[in-house]
Design a protein around this ligand. Structure first.
Ligand SMILES: Cc1cc2nc3c(=O)[nH]c(=O)nc-3n(C[C@H](O)[C@H](O)[C@H](O)COP(=O)(O)OP(=O)(O)OC[C@H]3O[C@@H](n4cnc5c(N)ncnc54)[C@H](O)[C@@H]3O)c2cc1C
Length: 358
């Protein structure tokens, strides 16, 4: 049977989300990885949403992609987060001029037969204060030699390829696809995280890894991340996932409030805020922004933190027992304080936490 979801209005999206929601608690097990969840997403055609029909995708509009992310992330944040990293790699590859690379990698990626992820944060939001880049590239006759490490790579142990960024001596940067079986590539055992541990995020080590020019996606150029499409730090998708998480917590509050009058006022206030923010996200994704991308992300972070904690307060001690979704939402909401968080968003979050006017 063909289960492909062809629009965010398709009933099969709710069917898939129900299945992901039922499995979400399994990901709290030590060592868990959302293999079955990703297989289901592949079966429902989720990986096709983000790529154009030329490469076997469905080419959804940015607003529809956000609608999809809102639903998926309210069901299972870990799986949705892994998908964003996978999509970041796919979209950068699709947008590049390296036709051979695209033809070699995209057909398997769009069908979910292979898994790719990104190791790019050290070019934007991680280790930027250090004098020496953590991952360096040296130009050779055949291509590049990569040395150092990429500090944050989601799903590294399960990846076939990483879209990786590295910096040359003169400050120019490259983006390239690195096969995980290239000599010199290694993944250390991943550390336990406060939330989303099942995303298996951790450093990937590159010990003088030789990459031929055929793997090059962009560069060498200054600020390579500003070229083309992909995961912009603080872009819409990070906000969509935070709003999706808040949506899950608000739905839980609704269920509780239907039996408990004392929760009604708070639930209605959080629901109204969620509804407005969701609308503002979809306007921004349709090129009609009502506020800056950074303001949207700041508001999304704030709502994710407050609504998850409201869900925990409503669930009382029962919600504090590991396995209850309210406790998990609280831990997951903290992720938005650190994930792909540009300086102005971090400052605004800190001001809110300190009770200072922004
Ligand atoms: C669960 C998770 C998954 C992620 N997945 C990915 C992924 O798949 N791909 C990807 O590319 N990225 C990923 N990231 C990276 C993420 O987007 C951010 O880049 C990352 O959270 C930045 O944190 P950092 O500790 O590396 O920051 P840093 O800025 O490097 O801070 C590290 C430490 O340095 C110190 N420090 C910071 N700033 C200064 C300063 N100005 N002066 C002196 N000391 C300072 C602080 O003590 C700080 O704890 C992920 C992050 C997390 C947490």
């Amino acid at each position: 049977m063909d289960n492909r979801i062809e629009s965010p209005q398709d009933d099969r999206l709710q069917e898939l989300c129900g299945r992901l929601r039922d499995m979400a608690a399994d990901l709290d097990r030590p060592g868990a990885w959302p293999a079955e969840q990703l297989r289901l997403c592949s079966e429902y055609g989720v990986f096709e949403w983000f790529l154009s029909p030329d490469v076997g995708g469905q080419g959804w509009s940015e607003a529809d992609v956000m609608r999809g992310y809102l639903e998926l992330s309210s069901a299972c944040l870990t799986t949705t987060f892994v998908i964003t990293q996978r999509t970041g790699a796919c979209r950068r590859i699709e947008a590049c001029d390296n036709e051979e690379l695209k033809a070699r990698l995209l057909p398997d990626l769009v069908k979910g037969r292979t898994f790719a992820t990104v190791g790019i944060s050290h070019l934007t939001t991680s280790r930027r204060h250090l004098a020496k880049p953590v991952l360096r590239a040296e130009e050779t006759a055949e291509g590049f030699l990569l040395d150092g490490f990429s500090p944050w790579v989601t799903g590294g142990p399960f990846a076939d390829h990483i879209l990786i960024g590295a910096t040359l001596n003169d400050g120019r940067q490259i983006l390239a696809v690195m096969p995980m079986d290239a000599p010199g590539v290694s993944v250390a055992p991943v550390a336990d995280l406060v939330g989303l541990s099942a995303s298996h995020t951790g450093p990937v080590q590159c010990d003088r890894v030789k990459l031929g020019r055929e793997w090059l996606v962009a560069g060498p150029v200054e600020e390579v991340m500003k070229l083309g499409v992909g995961a912009r730090p603080g872009g819409f998708q990070t906000s969509a996932l935070a709003i999706g998480l808040a949506g899950g917590a608000v739905s839980f509050l609704h269920e509780e409030a239907s039996k408990r009058e004392d929760l009604r006022k708070v639930t209605e206030a959080l629901h109204a805020e969620w509804h407005e923010l969701r609308g503002d996200l979809l306007s921004a994704a349709s090129d009609e922004p009502v506020c800056s991308t950074e303001k949207l992300r700041t508001r999304a972070n704030s709502l994710a933190l407050r609504s998850s904690q409201a869900a925990l307060a409503a669930a009382k001690g029962t919600g504090y027992v590991v396995g209850h979704p309210a406790g998990r939402w609280c831990r997951e909401a903290l992720f938005f304080l650190v994930w792909s968080c540009p300086q102005p968003v971090m400052s605004a979050n800190l001001c809110e936490l300190a009770g200072l006017a922004d």
